[in-house]
Design a protein around this ligand. Structure first.
Ligand SMILES: Nc1ncnc2c1ncn2[C@@H]1O[C@H](COP(=O)(O)OP(=O)(O)OP(=O)(O)O)[C@@H](O)[C@H]1O
Ligand SMILES: CC(C)(CO)[C@@H](O)C(=O)NCCC(=O)O
Length: 404
């Protein structure tokens, strides 16, 4: 079963992506026993830029070159580094950064100048999402964010029209405004994406908003097992990147109907024969761990990234120790609910002693999800248009918006 594989057989090579000869897969590493500290947010060591640079360039080679202790130090540095983000008062550093930083106070002050305050029916709809949403947070952070997204979306429609006029194009294809939402497992991508879908659909310019998660583009478990990468679910090579790129290319070229496969968190697998159809919405939100991953060179010499199809992207950042806590809380809740479903991949775990289940969750977090965060997800952070920094209570305390 998956959990024993994760514990006893970390895949040392990472494996090759099924059907994807062009993939340059993230190489695996057996650091299952790496001493990962509880609190990664307060580094108590002098940053080693050389080690950090080596780590970002090639984690596996770096691991081989340095001792386990120094390698763990590099992991901590990557995870605790603030994303190119100078404090607002350091003007020289701020000028050099591709981002402008806003404190929670600065950002939430925009709420007053933002039209469409939340009405009771919005509140009801948001509550119906089932996410533990704090409505004050929605008003302070996500209402101004939706107004900003509206400016970008309407700006794009205008730009497209002007460009078509200039180029003398006769046909005007309406294509969706595509927003990518990236970040670690359990950082809150699904919750934020569902919220944005609800909020954006209130605006006159973007009434039809669809949401697709890249989970549907994971290879089915059968193929992951066949290729020896079942313990790397969520790593770049576990996705059918080609199918995802084809899906986005079709959406972005204005295809009237495009289908995406569907993943079930209950069966922990792709649902055979099921698909989600996207019918030329005004906005498409695409949510997933690796949506900001850099392009890979194909055998034909082309290179394409999922984010090439994005008009705007959001990276959700939080301290790894906080994300671990959210992961564990969600796991506890699932043990009481979804794991009891006879269809659940994890049904046996529902009857395990609490202690054993808890240890299992922490091991999966450390050996799979934290590892993926360090190696693949966090390094893509500075490619986003907007970075939201969440505190342990899920409140956004800082935002970093890419300069225009
Ligand atoms: N704003 C919030 N307030 C309170 N809890 C939240 C908030 N956002 C997310 N959570 C909780 O944090 C956990 C992780 O959130 P979510 O499932 O949205 O993460 P995710 O990034 O989509 O994870 P995955 O990649 O595993 O699908 C969930 O238990 C969710 O209820
Ligand atoms: C499906 C993903 C990859 C992303 O949502 C994630 O929820 C997952 O299942 N990760 C694999 C390790 C784990 O079971 O947490």
């Amino acid at each position: 079963m998956f959990e024993t594989r994760v514990l006893s057989e970390p895949n040392p090579t990472g494996g090759q992506a099924p059907h994807e000869p062009d993939s340059n897969t993230a190489t695996g590493m057996d650091n299952g026993n790496a001493p990962i500290p509880e609190d990664l947010s307060e580094p108590s060591w002098a940053p080693s830029t050389e080690l950090l640079r080596d780590f970002m360039a090639d984690p596996t080679a770096t691991q081989a070159r340095y001792s386990q202790a120094r390698y763990s130090q590099a992991m901590r540095e990557v995870l605790s580094a603030r994303p190119h983000l100078p404090p607002a008062d350091e003007s020289a550093a701020a000028a050099a950064s591709p981002f402008v930083m806003y404190s929670r106070e600065q950002w939430s002050a925009l709420s007053d100048q933002t039209p469409l305050p939340l009405r009771q029916d919005d509140v009801n709809r948001l509550r119906a999402l089932g996410d533990p949403l704090d409505l004050a947070e929605v008003d302070a952070i996500y209402r101004p964010l939706t107004a900003l997204l509206q400016i970008y979306a309407t700006g794009m429609v205008k730009l497209r029209g002007q460009r078509a006029d200039f180029l003398g194009e006769s046909s005007r294809v309406r294509t969706p405004f595509v927003i990518g939402v990236a970040g670690s497992v359990a950082v809150g991508k699904s919750s934020v994406s569902r919220l944005l879908r609800e909020l954006m659909s209130r605006w006159p310019g973007t009434p039809r908003v669809d949401l697709v998660t890249t989970d549907g583009f994971l290879y089915p478990n059968r193929e992951l097992v066949e290729h020896g990468i079942m313990d790397r679910k969520g790593f770049p090579e576990s996705y059918n990147r080609r199918a995802l790129l084809q899906f986005l290319a079709a959406v972005k070229s204005g295809a009237p109907e495009v289908s995406a496969p569907v993943y079930s968190h209950v069966t922990y697998d792709i649902v055979p024969g099921k698909s989600q159809v996207v019918r030329a919405p005004d906005v498409l939100i695409i949510e997933g761990l690796n949506v900001l991953a850099p392009p890979r060179i194909t055998v034909a010499g082309n290179s394409l990234a999922v984010s090439d199809f994005f008009d705007f992207s959001i990276y959700l950042h939080a301290r790894p120790a906080d994300i671990e806590q959210w992961y564990i809380s969600r796991y506890r809740q699932l043990r009481r609910t979804a794991f009891k479903d006879p269809q659940s991949f994890f049904r046996e775990i529902a009857s395990w002693p609490d202690e054993e289940a808890e240890q299992h969750a922490r091991r999966i977090w450390r050996d799979v999800n934290l590892k993926n965060l360090v190696e693949n997800v966090a390094p893509t952070r500075s490619r986003a248009t907007l970075i939201l920094e969440k505190d342990s209570d899920h409140r956004v305390h800082r935002l970093h918006l890419r300069k225009l």
